[in-house]
Structures are given as C-alpha cells and as structure tokens.
Write a protein that binds this ligand. Structure first.
Ligand SMILES: NC(=O)c1ccc[n+]([C@@H]2O[C@H](COP(=O)([O-])OP(=O)(O)OC[C@H]3O[C@@H](n4cnc5c(N)ncnc54)[C@H](OP(=O)(O)O)[C@@H]3O)[C@@H](O)[C@H]2O)c1
Length: 356
C-alpha cells in the first residue's frame, strides 16, 4: 500500500513522512522541482516531481496510491498583491480540487486534507469547535479564505463518493522545520537575541508530533465528510516567551508593545512594504498581529471523544525544535539548564557548547 504525501518538504509534511516511515509504510512524496526539498534528503521515499496547479502531474503522483495525506498549501499571513492572491488560490483551492478529483478517478480509499484553524469561525466567549462556521464578512487573509474553500471542496468530493476527512491544525511548533516556518524563525530570532519586541495576545498551538498523530487518527478513524480540530494547548504570548526563555537560556525582549501600538506599526508597514516588496515574507504583518489579539481558543473535544486524540506538550515541542535547529547548526547551544514538564513529569537538561 503506497501512501502519497503532498507538502512533504514543509513543516507538517516532513514530520508526517518520518512518522509514516517509522510505522513501516511505503511513502511517495510530491515535490516541486527547484524549491527547498532538504526535508526529504536521505529518506527512503519515492519522489515524484510536479505541481498541484498542474492536473496532469497531480494525476501522475496519485496513480497507484491507496491513501493520500494532502498537506501542501501556500501558507501566508500577507494580504499580498493580485498576483500573490492568485497564487495562494491556485495552490490551495485548485490544488486541492486536483488532488480530490485525481483521488476519485484513481479509486483512492481515503484522503486526509490538512485544514487550518483560520477557517474555523471565531466565538468571542468560548473556544471554537467544528460547529462554529467560518464568518466570511470578518477580516480574513487570502490564506484563510482559501482554507475555508478547501473544506468546501472536500465536502463536494465527499458528496461525489470520496472518503475524505479534514484534519484542522493550529499553529505548529516542533522539529524538522527546514524552511523554517514563522514560529521556527521566531524561535531562532529569540535564541540569537534578535527578537526586538513582542506583544500580548495568544493562540492555540499544536506540537508537530500531535498534528501528525491527528492526521493518522483522522485517516484510521475519522468519519468521511467530517473535520477534526487538533491543538496541544492555548498559550498567551507571555507564556510562550517564558518557555522560549527556559529552552534557550536567553531573556525575552524588554519591549512588550501594547497590541494596539503594534497593530498601528504593522498596518503602516503593511502600507509601506507592499509598495517596495509586495510579497516579501514578513514577521509581524497586521494579519498576524490581529490573529494574536483575538486570543483564539480551540475546543478539541470531538477529536478526543471520536478519535481518542491525546495532546502532549508544547514545551516538549519547542525543546525538540530547538534541539533540531542546534543539530543543524542554526542555533549555538548555550550553557544553560533546560527545564520543562511533560505529562506532569519535570525534565532538567544541562547544555554546554560541546555536547551533542
Ligand atoms: N504551519 C502552521 O502553523 C499551520 C497552521 C494551520 C494549518 N496549517 C496547514 O498545514 C498544512 C501544512 O503546513 P506547513 O506548515 O507544513 O506548510 P509549509 O511548511 O509552508 O509547507 C507547505 C508545503 O506545501 C507545498 N506546496 C505549496 N504549494 C504547492 C504546489 N502548488 N504544488 C505542490 N506543493 C506545493 C510546499 O512545497 P514547496 O517546498 O515546493 O514550496 C511545501 O512542501 C497546510 O495545509 C497548512 O494550511 C499549517
């Protein structure tokens, strides 16, 4: 049985492929030529090259596979120009349509599609579960809109007879982050003393190992046409800074800007930057600031009750991300003691510059 993973070079895909291989599966990955595919280097996988925007190459990747994890997406917190919006739409919506159509044509037995918490509606007074609908008239980023449309396409494919489940992710933290991701870059900046300021707010985070487990549970036990939200823990930015301090041995930035001030700065940057670099990656876009200010919380009861999902620990995920960056020489190990708690158990790890 061959399992296809799209987005295998990305943060989630890199962790999922490793887990599938550990579990003894035969894995095929769809990669784009000319992008950073180091996440797959040295892994015992079958590589096929193509682009999800191209139906023919998607069909070729799907052919002969029994199951698909469709993790690929253009993940962005930018509003972007018309060109970027079109690219996000084409990769996320058209790409998903191509995967689902190819899966139907090839009689694939089950597809799990990665969803995003940004496509789950916001409830101001309680954590959002799967029943809270996406509200289209709120302020959304192009990425969020497309992830809502991705779910719509999954339902259409389900109506056409495909067994497809959506595994919804919150903000991912953890190892095998080769691009690296926004959260990974924030940890790197923190470890190098380059994070100059932070803001209050919070979000639901998911450990890479947990979102991988969520995808596997969705494949094994998820009901077709359903979505399941996977999170590990809600953290305020202050709590996140505290864990970063414990793990890196560095102090948090002295500047804690009020959310409204940061929102103002970010919206000025949103205005100025696009004139010069419309689609350049940026850390604090007004979209990212707004999301943190919403303090969005996830209700994961459905995944727990139906699938037996058990979240682990954000501290452990951050520690694993740190260790992985250090192993790849992206962080110099400081002389410090790392303390964290996993499942109620306290861990203390002494680092020095020479240990591995
Ligand atoms: N990261 C998060 O915090 C987060 C939160 C919520 C939901 N999610 C969802 O989780 C999934 C995985 O996210 P991630 O963090 O792993 O993203 P990521 O690190 O940015 O990786 C995205 C992957 O998608 C691939 N891809 C994008 N467009 C493609 C196309 N047109 N054809 C083929 N491959 C394409 C990329 O390939 P290239 O290397 O060639 O660009 C890359 O492998 C996504 O569906 C995302 O919406 C992520």
């Amino acid at each position: 049985m061959t399992i296809l993973v799209t987005g295998a070079s990305g943060h989630l895909g890199a962790n999922l492929v490793r887990r599938l291989l550990e579990d003894g599966n035969s894995v095929r990955v769809l990669l784009r030529e000319g992008t950073n595919n180091t996440a797959i280097d040295g892994l015992d996988v079958e590589c096929v090259y193509g682009d999800l925007r191209d139906f023919a190459s998607t069909v070729a990747a799907v052919k002969g596979c029994d199951r698909i994890y469709h993790c690929a997406a253009n993940v962005s917190t930018l509003n972007g120009d018309t060109h970027l919006k079109q690219e996000i739409y084409d990769c996320n919506v058209k790409g998903t349509i191509h995967v689902l159509r190819a899966a139907l044509d090839a009689d694939v037995s089950k597809v799990v599609v990665s969803g995003s918490f940004s496509a789950v509606g916001h409830h101001p007074s309680r954590p959002s579960d799967e029943t809270v609908p996406f509200y289209p008239f709120a302020q959304h980023l192009p990425y969020g809109f497309t992830k809502a449309l991705v779910e719509h396409e999954c339902l259409k494919a389900f109506a056409d007879g495909l067994d497809v489940v959506v595994a919804v992710s919150c903000a991912i933290l953890g190892p095998n982050d080769f691009k690296p991701s926004r959260m990974g870059r924030t940890l790197l900046d923190f470890a190098h003393g380059k994070l100059l300021a932070y803001i209050p707010g919070g979000f639901d985070f998911v450990a890479a190992r947990d979102i991988v487990e969520g995808h596997i549970l969705a494949m094994e036990k998820g009901r077709g046409g359903q979505k399941y939200i996977f999170s590990t823990q809600f953290l305020t930015v202050d709590e996140l800074m505290k864990i970063f301090e414990e793990v890196t041995g560095m102090s948090r930035p002295k500047l804690r800007l009020p959310g409204k001030v940061m929102a103002g700065i970010a919206s000025i940057a949103d205005f100025v930057f696009p004139q010069i670099f419309p689609n350049a990656p940026r850390r604090f876009t007004s979209g990212a600031v707004r999301i943190l200010q919403m303090n969005r919380r996830a209700d994961i009861s459905k995944a727990k009750n139906e699938l037996g999902y058990q979240p682990t620990s954000v501290q452990q995920a951050i520690y694993e991300a740190y260790e992985d960056f250090a192993r790849r020489s992206l962080i110099a190990r400081p002389n410090n003691t790392v303390k964290f708690t996993v499942s109620g158990k306290d861990y203390r790890l002494q680092h020095n510059h020479n240990n591995t």
